[in-house]
Design a protein around this ligand. Structure first.
Ligand SMILES: Cc1cc2nc3c(=O)[nH]c(=O)nc-3n(C[C@H](O)[C@H](O)[C@H](O)COP(=O)(O)OP(=O)(O)OC[C@H]3O[C@@H](n4cnc5c(N)ncnc54)[C@H](O)[C@@H]3O)c2cc1C
Length: 410
């Protein structure tokens, strides 16, 4: 095959040029690493993805709720066809406290629930189809950034891989991040997928959220897969307290057993270091997660779109020129609209989360009251929740009492 192509001069030259391409090594075949790898490989880059796990997408540590924004990123027909989208949510019921007699506000939404395993596997497949190589059971144990080398444990062997560009898509405890001295705080997302017992049922199209002063700015949730199967969870900073509150929440729904799906959720910080020369971080490794909801899929994929464009630009400078540092490239692209927009979005979520943490019990009650306003419901339904700046402005115009909430933003 190779000889046959080599006989043709034009194609042979093309292959030789391909061989000289910079090698992009991505650590982590989670959704963000695979999506980035897929985009880069599609544009002709030489991409290798190293993953510690033996199977993509397992175990699941995610609720799998995403906004329709995903349809701008991936082909939604395929997501339905491959049964990656397993449910559609039409409303969110926001409850103050978990007791059933407490008042709640119901807001129409249009979100989707995905099967995370199938989602991750789909992205990995796309990456491979586009030409990226994925190596499973390859755990990166050390990085020598002065030599551009990563050391990998595979079975009982140690392997060495060199790179021109290294991307850490290796989640909240990123080894790549620690090698560039990038620090982040992680909180706990406790979750269980469970079958409801006899006498218990939920509305398949309603996603329940529980807010309370004691949740310290975070929340509990019940997300239905069906009327009988739910994903129940709670986020929090303190593991002991979060576990206690999670037990209380499970008790309300009479859940005693199920599949544990807990994991760490990074706390976004605009000051977090996400690049150093030819090393980049992306997704949870870069803490690109909405601080209000813990949602990292859409922001991570948007960040991958931006980073892939940057790396493709770098690719044009062949071979990778150390003098043309990633910093210079970043400076050049600093004013890039999408990058600024994503950063602004994530920053806003962080500010909202800080405000929620400062709210008193009576302020929570008043927020619930405001959310019952018809105008507010309409805005929340019509506006894209992945564009919170516009959303907040519209909400304030429609319901000035929400200013009460804004005072905590300061
Ligand atoms: C309980 C919970 C619920 C959540 N719910 C939602 C939700 O509803 N919606 C949403 O959008 N987001 C949600 N999230 C967040 C979402 O799961 C993450 O933002 C998303 O998984 C980030 O993808 P990633 O590819 O950056 O990282 P990950 O999915 O963490 O993937 C990183 C990969 O890197 C691999 N890796 C790590 N270290 C190494 C190493 N040394 N060598 C090789 N490979 C390595 C890991 O095995 C893993 O496969 C939730 C998170 C939790 C914990």
């Amino acid at each position: 095959m190779h000889n046959k192509l080599g006989n043709n001069n034009k194609i042979g030259n093309k292959i030789n040029r391909r061989k000289k391409k910079n090698k992009i090594v991505i650590i982590g075949a989670g959704p963000i690493g695979c999506y980035l790898g897929s985009r880069l490989a599609k544009s002709g880059c030489n991409v290798e993805i190293y993953e510690a796990k033996k199977k993509i997408g397992e175990p699941v540590q995610c609720t799998g709720i995403i906004t329709k924004e995903i349809e701008k990123i991936l082909d939604s027909n395929i997501l339905y066809e491959k049964e990656i989208i397993i449910n559609n949510i039409k409303q969110v019921e926001i409850n103050h406290n978990i007791k059933k007699n407490n008042k709640s506000a119901v807001i129409p939404i249009d979100d989707i629930i995905i099967d995370r395993t199938k989602f991750d596997q789909h992205l990995a497949k796309l990456a491979q189809i586009n030409g990226a190589k994925i190596f499973l059971k390859h755990r990166v144990i050390r990085i020598d950034k002065t030599r551009n080398e990563v050391y990998i444990k595979f079975k009982n062997e140690n392997k060495k891989v060199t790179y021109d560009i290294l991307v850490g898509a290796d989640g909240p405890t990123s080894i790549v991040g620690s090698n560039i001295n990038s620090k982040q705080e992680n909180i706990y997302g406790l979750q269980m997928r469970a079958k409801l017992k006899k006498g218990f049922e939920v509305d398949k199209q309603t996603y329940k959220v529980f807010i309370s002063k004691k949740y310290d700015g975070y929340f509990g949730w019940v997300v239905p897969e069906t009327e009988k199967i739910i994903r129940i969870g709670l986020m929090g900073r303190n593991v002991k307290n979060t576990k206690k509150l999670f037990e209380e929440l499970k008790k309300e729904f009479n859940i005693t057993s199920g599949e544990h799906q807990s994991g760490l959720i990074p706390v976004y910080s605009p000051r977090k270091k996400i690049k150093e020369r030819n090393i980049f971080l992306i997704g949870d490794a870069a803490a690109q997660v909405k601080a209000t909801t813990g949602g990292g899929l859409v922001p991570g994929m948007k960040a991958a779109q931006i980073l892939s464009k940057q790396i493709i630009t770098l690719q044009k400078i062949k071979p990778y020129n150390k003098k043309f540092t990633a910093k210079k490239l970043q400076d050049r692209l600093k004013k890039k609209y999408e990058q600024v927009k994503l950063k602004r979005e994530l920053k806003l979520h962080k500010i909202i989360n800080s405000a929620l943490r400062k709210m008193t019990t009576s302020e929570y009650e008043q927020i619930i009251k405001c959310l019952k306003n018809k105008k507010i419901k309409k805005i929340l339904f019509e506006e894209n929740r992945d564009n919170s700046t516009k959303l907040i402005l519209k909400l304030l115009i429609a319901e000035p009492r929400l200013i009460l909430f804004v005072k905590n933003l300061i």
